[in-house]
Design a binder for this molecule. Structure first.
Ligand code: NDP
Length: 291
């Protein structure tokens, strides 16, 4: 087992599997289609949306990018979602987060047809994840983390896992996956009110850090030989970098890497998996639309 988990390589493997499935669907007259809705001008969101659409094109998927102005109303966004729900060429819909403040994101998510909710955020898909109903869509980042653990040969069954963070996008679904009959781990979910966090983390065979604080998990919080999945993407100022900043995770990489058995780098760990799992979910949506 290599100590550094290469997210780019695993994402390539997932996408290679997707290519076969796309071809099979196309042979049956179905081209999987993904629609990405961007409201406003957030630069990071623009980059994410651009790379999703580019990846679709590379793989021969149908895609639509719908851009709405920063002052778009709730009704405008709902109208787009409704149109996409009814579009037979579109199998997956995602509305890029975060939308501008006048938009009620929860209401938008609930308006997406659950059969096209490839982000896995609709309450019906959240319930299916909890129920372990395989017809649902699992949020892309935590399902990517599970795949990384599997590809790295990290045994989750019977392991003590600590997930730091309880968001609906990462922490909670990650905990559900780890504790499911697929993961079989004994899971602790930590958050900002957790007492003795370092002690809790030191019990873990597997740590998943999804906090959003640069280099928060330090070596003293990690048991020798643990596996560490770093979901965090944080910008820290770095005058020596071309852009004036560099990206770091939620884990103090160098000191933790010296102690653990496996670790994801940032960038190049969890990040590339998220888009690969999105494509995989879109293909699943297309497959389920014809079965
Ligand atoms: P949220 O801000 O929604 O959640 C952060 C969680 O961390 C909360 O549950 C919060 O606790 C917890 N937390 C905050 N401070 C502490 C603390 N001092 N001790 C323990 N727990 C704490 O973030 P997300 O889940 O959306 O994202 C987490 C990170 O992952 C971010 O860096 C984000 O950029 C990154 N990310 C990366 C993705 C990828 O593709 N690689 C995709 C999605 C996110 P509480 O609930 O009590 O406030």
């Amino acid at each position: 087992m290599s100590k550094i988990i290469d997210g780019k390589a695993v994402a390539e493997k997932v996408l290679a599997e997707c290519v076969d499935e796309i071809q099979q669907l196309k042979n049956n007259g179905v081209t999987p289609g993904l629609a990405v809705v961007l409201v406003g001008e957030d630069p990071a969101s623009k980059v994410y949306v651009g790379s999703k659409v580019r990846k679709c094109a590379e793989l021969g998927l149908h895609s639509r990018k719908i851009e709405l102005p920063a002052d778009a109303s709730q009704a405008d966004v709902l109208a787009v979602v409704q149109e996409l729900n009814e579009d037979p060429l579109i199998h997956g819909i995602l509305v890029q987060s975060p939308p501008p403040p006048q938009i009620d994101e929860d209401a938008i998510v609930k308006a997406i047809d659950p059969a096209k909710d490839v982000d896995g955020f609709h309450p019906e898909n959240v319930a299916k994840l909890a129920l372990e109903d395989a017809s649902g869509f699992v949020p892309c980042t935590p399902s990517g983390c599970m795949r990384l653990l599997k590809e790295a040969g990290v045994e989750t069954s019977g392991a003590e896992a600590v997930v730091i963070g309880r968001s609906m996008i990462v922490g909670k679904p990650m905990a559900l996956l780890l504790m499911s009959k697929q993961g079989n781990a004994t899971v602790t979910v930590a958050h900002s009110r957790t007492k003795e966090l370092a002690e809790v983390c030191r019990r873990a065979d597997i740590i998943v850090a999804a906090i959003g604080m640069p280099e928060f998990v330090t070596a003293d919080m990690v048991k020798e030989g643990a596996a560490v999945i770093d979901v965090g993407i944080n910008r820290v100022e770095d005058p020596s970098a071309k852009r004036g900043y560099r990206l770091v995770g939620d884990v103090a990489y160098d000191e933790v890497a010296a102690k653990c058995s496996a670790i994801t780098p940032v960038p190049g760990g969890v990040g590339p998996m998220t888009i690969a799992m999105l494509i995989s979910n879109t293909i699943k949506a297309a497959r389920q639309s014809v079965s």
